[in-house]
Design a protein around this ligand. Structure first.
Ligand code: CA
Length: 718
């Protein structure tokens, strides 16, 4: 066989050779900025700026972007993944901690991996059985699973190499975050604060999965002794018997290695229960809740911390994305952390020592008036601690910005934040009335009194929830521009050297925007919500923009769906200039006629509503308005009504991911929940008879408002 006779084959062979996976070495990760074609780690480089240096797609031609390919998963369950792209292959994760490898130019499946997470684990996955991504090192990929395992997968074959259980399976820990890797170690945290856990981060040997170190983020019971001096110091800032509730402080998202200073930064989560008077009666800052914590990556030793929200009282995690940047600051270059977590401030922190340089609000903030720059502490506004008196507080417990990735462009010097401008009412449960339910969601507040409800509604009506793509100028400490979105809960952000920012929205649009001024240049209808951050890469010499598409995860599950159409299965979509792939059409489904109402008093149905909001709405949606990622209970077929109790109490569908609730609920309560669900089915049926499927603009507005109010009620009854 003569090569010259097969020029196409030769080219293909050479192309395949050039795309043969070179190991993702430490050196490659360190020089990711100049490795333009790839996306080697969760935030693209160790800086986690989510800035692609590619510029073939730019402000001149972004209007010609079209769908190049899509890969369809086999589920409606949420996709929060940021794909990795390594030498022509895309690696990403899906629901139930699955992983996939596909050809980055075609979307063709190469392998898939299923760690077979026991489905009953869904009960303690606060926000869906989602997963945000993988880490790559040498020829391995690392995956965290909902049941707390850290698994090394062979990058070429997709087979498991090793697996380590990083949590006590009997406790309510879960993993949804992406591992990070540096210096031969894999760093992994976990979630589960509200379910009664104590947060920690661990490092594992990338070669064999053996644990190298573990650092707890909050102290345990002092009677058991302290793991280190940092825990002993932290314990002085706690009171009462917080360890009975776990205390929280889980590190479920941001873990960032800084190669310049050889430090590891951890975004530490909220306190649990949220109400600090229950968690730590007698006060105290409750270190290291809601802090950025710097550790020695080799040993896990404490280096420094900056606590953003001392004595967190509102579920203000600091777990959100930590971005490293070198920025001009008052006449000199500073190495800083850019952080825009739930609490609603952009924090600029000197990453050498944790010194606070700036803390300015990027959204409506009422819990604090400002930061005292001498002490680095927030000044709380009176009454916002809801101590004995309910209060409407901004941001809500969902935060001014949550896990959806943000991006920083060194080209514009701007930080792009998927912002959520929304408040919520807090009405505390007094200590003696508080009942802690292990393995269920615990907050320590609620909404009970009708008068309080009216007052809250009025306050919230004055300031309806809004959401923006917001560009923040760190040097000027102010908003550079912001683009409003029609719906709340929008997706993560990518910035590129083409002068562009990409973001998906909850109402199903994927947007290309000018990075310098926010002008909208390109829109694509994805047919489904877009939640995670997009990525950009080059395959076969062409630049692609790719993003995971699909509802699911806490935000849309809580607030219901914004589409009348059937959910397509969740997908990865990749775009390129001139792409011409077409999505199959979506359909409007037939809905079953609801069964007759159960014979039950209004008071019992109301009790059913309250129970639903506490135990069911986190997945099936407030007011039983589902997002379609799991069954919408208003549209149950008769067989599920017949088996309602068996599903809820006896675990009939446990293997499919529907947990059993016999620890928390009795038969009478389940019947009341069932009665409420049937009433909601009737209400929805009547609404559809009257006006058809939310088709016109009027109904779209009602839908937005209903979903918001539903969310308010949901969050205040847990
Ligand atoms: Ca939380």
């Amino acid at each position: 066989m003569k090569y010259r006779a097969f020029p196409a084959l030769v080219i293909a062979l050479l192309a395949s050779l050039s795309t043969t996976a070179a190991p993702v070495s430490q050196q490659r990760l360190l020089s990711a900025d100049s490795d333009t074609d790839n996306w080697l780690s969760y935030g693209r480089s160790y800086k986690e700026q989510r800035f692609s240096p590619l510029s073939e797609v730019n402000t001149d031609n972004v209007g010609e972007l079209g769908l190049a390919w899509y890969f369809e998963t086999d589920t409606h369950l949420g996709l929060e993944t940021t794909p990795l792209v390594i030498d022509g292959v895309m690696y990403f994760t899906g629901a139930w901690s699955t992983a996939y490898a596909v050809n980055a130019a075609t979307g063709e499946l190469i392998w898939s991996f299923d760690p077979k997470v026991p489905r009953e684990k869904s009960v303690t996955a606060c926000c869906g059985v989602v997963n945000r991504g993988l880490a790559a090192w040498e020829n391995k990929l690392f995956l965290g699973t909902v049941d707390g395992r850290l698994i090394a997968i062979d990058q070429t074959s997709g087979k498991q190499i090793w697996s380590s259980q990083t949590t006590d399976p009997d406790q309510a820990y879960s993993i949804t975050g992406a591992p990070r890797v540096a210096k031969g170690k894999v760093f992994i945290g976990n979630g589960g604060s509200e379910f009664g856990t104590r947060g920690y981060v661990s490092a594992y040997d990338a070669d064999n999965g053996e644990m190298v170190w573990r650092f707890y983020t909050i102290p345990g019971n002092p009677a058991d002794g302290f793991e280190n001096d940092a825990m002993e110091r932290a314990a002085k800032t706690w009171n009462g018997e917080w360890w009975q509730y776990g205390g929280g402080g889980t590190a479920w998202d941001a873990i960032v290695y800084d190669p310049e200073l050889d430090q590891l930064y951890i975004g530490v989560g909220n306190g649990a229960p949220h109400n600090r008077r229950i968690r730590s009666p007698g006060g105290g800052d409750n270190l290291y809740l809601s802090s950025v914590l710097a550790l020695n990556p080799d040993t896990g030793e404490y280096l420094w911390h900056y606590q953003e929200v001392p004595a967190d009282n509102w579920d203000y995690t600091a777990s959100q994305q930590i971005t490293l940047a070198d920025i001009p600051w008052q006449g000199e270059q500073r190495k800083v952390i850019l952080h825009a977590p739930k609490a609603g401030f952009v924090y600029i922190i000197d990453r050498a020592n944790g010194e606070l340089l700036s803390a300015e609000p990027f959204t409506t903030v009422t819990w604090a008036s400002h930061y005292d720059m001498d002490t680095g502490r927030p000044v709380e506004n009176e009454g916002q601690d809801y101590d004995g008196k309910p209060a409407v507080v901004y941001p809500s417990a969902i935060g001014g910005h949550n896990w959806q990735p943000m991006a920083y462009s060194p080209q514009t010097g701007l930080l792009y934040i998927p912002e959520l401008d929304m408040g919520m009412p807090f009405d505390e449960i007094k200590g003696p009335d508080y009942k802690h339910l292990k393995r269920h969601f615990n907050t320590g507040y609620k909404l009970t009194q009708a008068d309080a409800s009216q007052r809250f509604t009025q306050a919230l009506l004055k300031h309806l929830p809004k959401s923006h793509l917001l560009a923040w100028d760190p040097a000027k400490q102010e908003v550079a521009w912001k683009m409003p979105h029609p719906y709340i809960h929008n997706g993560g952000v990518l910035a590129t050297a083409g002068g562009l920012v990409f973001q998906g929205t909850s109402d199903g649009r994927f947007l290309g925007v000018r990075a310098d001024n926010g002008e909208l240049l390109w829109t694509f209808n994805t047919q489904n919500s877009v939640l995670p951050g997009p990525v950009s890469y080059r395959a076969n010499g062409e630049q692609y923009i790719a993003v995971a598409v699909g509802r699911g995860g806490a935000l849309t599950m809580n607030t219901g769906k914004s589409f009348p159409t059937e959910n397509p299965n969740n997908r990865i979509m990749a775009f390129k200039v001139g792409g011409s792939a077409v999505l199959p059409p979506v359909t409007v489904p037939d809905r079953p006629i609801p069964p007759p109402s159960l014979a039950m008093s209004d008071a019992d149905v109301e009790e059913g509503r309250q129970l639903f909001q506490r135990f069911c709405s986190r997945c099936h949606g407030a007011y039983a308005v589902g997002d379609g990622s799991i069954p919408d209970l208003r549209y149950l077929e008769p067989i599920w009504h017949e088996n309602f109790e068996a599903v809820v109490l006896q675990g009939l569908m446990e293997k499919a991911g529907m947990p059993r609730f016999d620890e928390a609920l009795d038969r009478e309560q389940v019947e009341k929940i069932h009665a409420y669900v049937i009433e909601r089915a009737h209400e929805d049926h009547a609404l559809r008879q009257e006006s058809g499927w939310f088709a016109d603009a009027k109904n779209a507005v009602i839908d937005v408002f209903a979903r918001f109010m539903a969310w308010v009620i949901r969050t205040t009854t847990s």
